[in-house]
Design a binder for this molecule. Structure first.
Ligand code: APR
Length: 316
């Protein structure tokens, strides 16, 4: 039986890192595509030359011809510009809309049955555009944001409490902007509410303040890295995309927050928003509707209104 074919569209920082991570796990035959002529072939060669050392055995091809993504089972899209210091994700809208239109047309032509995971920012608008151009059903197209945002929240909780990240579960919903919605109520460490552990450490008043700083840091985490590195994060976004890809390719039925097209869920219709979903061999197999408190719902709706204004600005 042939291995699954994975097209990584965009061979920059995230695409290159993801190619290595996927190769290490032997997830399938990997094509690393980029408009840059030689770079994807160079990156693939580098990974192939690491394979005898790391002992993975997988087909890898670097390409700048869309022909090579033909028949892909999964396409992970990272093509487009990333943020520089001083830029918001929204500043990338116009330039990346052109890139995603071209990428989506080629996915529709060469890989019409693929599942698509898109990372290009501004995420919520780019995934909407990609769906519009491909016309793919909503189970087969999703954006990556919530897995990364939730991992950032979890990492900050673990650092603050001095506990293993292995035991921390955190959930972030909404759009992939600074008004995303980290859900404090659902954050826990080994099943124990994170707020309770913070209260034990600091008392109730200071615990709330500390949690608020963790929430704010989570919302601004992408920008914090851009400021420090003078470039956009790539290890954690690649790891997050890998988690989603594995859930689909290995039919894991994981519950992950992904940017999914809502058709009435959470009172939203026709927009992609980050919500918890069951991700498996059928892509988005189910959207889980949480019963949000009035405060959580207000934050969620504010985030959705930002997504709407961004998408409506695209004039689709
Ligand atoms: N088709 C294919 N690849 C393209 C196209 C195109 N039309 N236009 C640009 N690219 C390629 C670039 O040549 C570059 O190699 O996309 C790649 C982007 O790589 P980086 O600039 O390193 O950006 P990266 O950090 O990987 O982020 C990619 O994901 O998280 C988002 O904000 C991030 O929008 C950015 C995207």
């Amino acid at each position: 039986m042939a291995r699954k074919k994975i097209a990584l569209i965009g061979g920059g920082q995230i695409g290159g890192t993801l190619a290595h991570l996927m190769a290490q796990r032997e997830l399938g035959e990997i094509v690393l595509f980029d408009i840059a002529e030689d770079m994807p072939r160079g990156k693939v060669l580098d990974i192939i030359e690491a394979s005898p050392i790391e002992r993975f055995d997988v087909g890898l091809k670097g390409s700048s011809s869309f022909e090579d993504i033909r028949g892909a089972d999964l396409a992970v899209v990272t093509a487009g510009l990333a943020r520089k210091p001083g830029m918001s994700r929204d500043d990338l809208l116009t330039v990346n809309a052109k890139v995603i239109t071209s990428v989506a047309e080629n996915i529709r032509e060469y890989a019409p049955n693929a599942f698509v995971i898109l990372l290009t920012n501004p995420l919520d608008a780019m995934v909407t555009l990609c769906r519009k151009v491909t016309g793919f059903p909503r189970n087969r197209i999703m954006g990556m944001a919530g897995v990364l945002d939730s991992a950032r929240f979890a990492a900050f909780i673990a650092l603050e409490l001095g506990v293993s990240v292995r035991d921390v579960h955190a959930l972030v919903l909404g759009g992939h902007g600074d008004d995303m919605v980290p859900l404090v109520r659902f954050a826990n460490v080994g099943g124990v509410p994170a707020s309770f552990l913070l209260e034990q450490k600091y008392g109730p008043v200071k615990a709330r303040e500390v949690m608020e700083t963790l929430v704010t840091r989570t919302r601004q985490a992408g920008g914090e890295i851009v400021g420090l590195m003078k470039g956009s994060a790539f290890v954690s976004p690649a790891a997050a995309a890998l988690t989603m890809a594995e859930a689909i390719l290995l039919d894991r039925k994981r519950i992950l927050p992904v940017c999914a097209l809502l058709e009435g869920e959470y009172g939203v219709s026709g927009y992609f928003v980050g919500v918890p979903c069951v991700i498996g061999g059928g892509g988005i197999e189910r959207i889980i509707e949480l019963d949000l408190t009035p405060e959580e719902r207000a934050m969620f709706e504010e985030s959705v209104s930002h997504v709407k204004s961004l998408v409506d600005g695209l004039d689709l």
